[in-house]
Design a protein around this ligand. Structure first.
Ligand code: SF4
Length: 367
């Protein structure tokens, strides 16, 4: 398959890996922002074959993992309302809230539907005029366009029984927060290619300059990731603190103007709390005033108290890059995909799930 197979070619990957070995002269720590990149690094055995000088730090780019626990509780409370159909992406339903997960709530009788697009939820609202349909709108910049579109579409259709429970987060403010942490050990960053496909990467230049940290826009296939690491290492070794796009087959500097226009139509930037990380100024989206009728938070006005995280789970330290999943004493024992103590063990982009599921190497059959 063009644009995919060539980026999975083991011989090409070996060539790039050899260049990494030639280029590195001292220890460097590189953070991959996105949980999809973490999964690809682990699944393809890349962590095991990098030079010992390179440490990959796994960032907070798992949208399900950073959704606050009290918002999950709120979604469950909404789903337990007999007049509500709650729609969610599949990843979200197994994430533990403080009492239970959406999946457990569904098994107890709540009407929770797994959808592949928020537009399916809009359709459900039009087919069920006597019910309130709520979409759990979770994600980074990547899912924001379709979530925004669902609200605009519902407004155009005059649907009064559709709303979204929003937990949208943004990468650049989070990166700023991570790099400004005095305890940060991040030398270079692999930025998430799909986020930049939507938003472009102009916002990264001042961050790279301010923190003297090279940022490389990187894709998700093994050769993409190795190339992203190589370019980061070459910049670090040459003390070059710039932004380079290594996902040029998909990403434009200006992003996707149509996607950004629909985001801007429905959403405005707001402060946002990240599970395990804390509050980050201007790091999320909320619906604009003209679409407030579609805001489930306002429509149902459910007040939630702050909820304590499970003290046994160190997901916050993992998402800040301070610890690895294998540093958690419960990894693979008390915490596993069947009985998760934290979101990173069940999300398809969670670092703990990546470590739990994958361990084989991409290079074992290459001579
Ligand atoms: S292994 Fe489980 S308990 Fe430990 S950090 Fe990961 S999700 Fe939390």
């Amino acid at each position: 398959m063009k644009y995919l197979d060539e980026y999975r070619d083991p011989k090409l990957a070996r060539l790039v890996l050899d260049k990494i070995f030639e280029s590195v002269s001292r220890p460097w720590s590189i953070m991959e922002i996105c949980g999809g990149q973490t999964h690809s690094l682990v699944k393809n055995g890349i962590l095991e074959i990098l030079p010992k000088e390179i440490t990959m730090i796994h960032g907070p780019g798992c949208p399900v993992c950073v959704t606050p626990i009290n918002l999950i509780d709120k979604a469950i409370l909404l789903a337990e309302n007999a007049n509500v159909i709650l729609c969610s992406f599949g990843d979200m339903v197994r994430v533990p809230g403080s009492r239970k997960s959406l999946l457990q709530s569904k098994s107890e009788g709540s009407d929770i539907r797994i959808v592949y697009s928020p537009l399916e939820a809009v359709k459900l609202a039009s087919q069920n005029p006597d019910k309130e349909v709520v979409f759990f709108a979770v994600g980074f910049e990547t899912t924001a366009p379709t979530n925004a579109l669902s609200v605009v579409q519902a407004a155009k259709m005059g649907l009064a029984n559709y709303s979204i429970l929003t937990s949208h987060v943004l990468v650049p403010p989070a990166l700023n927060a991570l790099l400004s942490d005095p305890e940060s050990t991040i030398d270079g960053v692999l930025a998430a290619g799909h986020v930049c496909t939507v938003m472009g990467f102009k916002e990264y230049y001042p961050i790279a300059k301010k923190y003297k940290t090279p940022i490389v826009i990187t894709g998700f296939e093994p050769v993409d990731l190795l190339q992203g690491i190589l370019t980061t290492i070459e910049m670090l070794e040459n003390q070059r603190f710039d932004v380079i796009n290594e996902y040029g087959r998909v990403v434009e500097k200006e992003g996707n103007p149509h996607a950004m226009a629909i985001i801007n139509e429905a959403f405005e930037v707001s402060d946002r709390k990240w599970r395990g990380v804390g509050n980050i100024d201007n790091s999320g989206y909320q619906l604009r005033e003209k679409y407030q009728n579609y805001d489930a938070d306002l429509k149902f006005a459910i007040k939630m108290n702050e909820v304590e995280e499970n003290a046994e789970c160190i997901a916050g330290s993992i998402m800040k890059g301070q610890k690895k999943p294998i540093d958690c004493i419960h990894f693979g024992k008390k915490c596993n995909p069947e009985n998760p103590l934290g979101a990173p063990m069940v999300s398809s982009e969670g670092a703990c799930a990546a470590y739990y599921h994958f361990s084989h190497s991409l290079f074992q059959n290459v001579s």
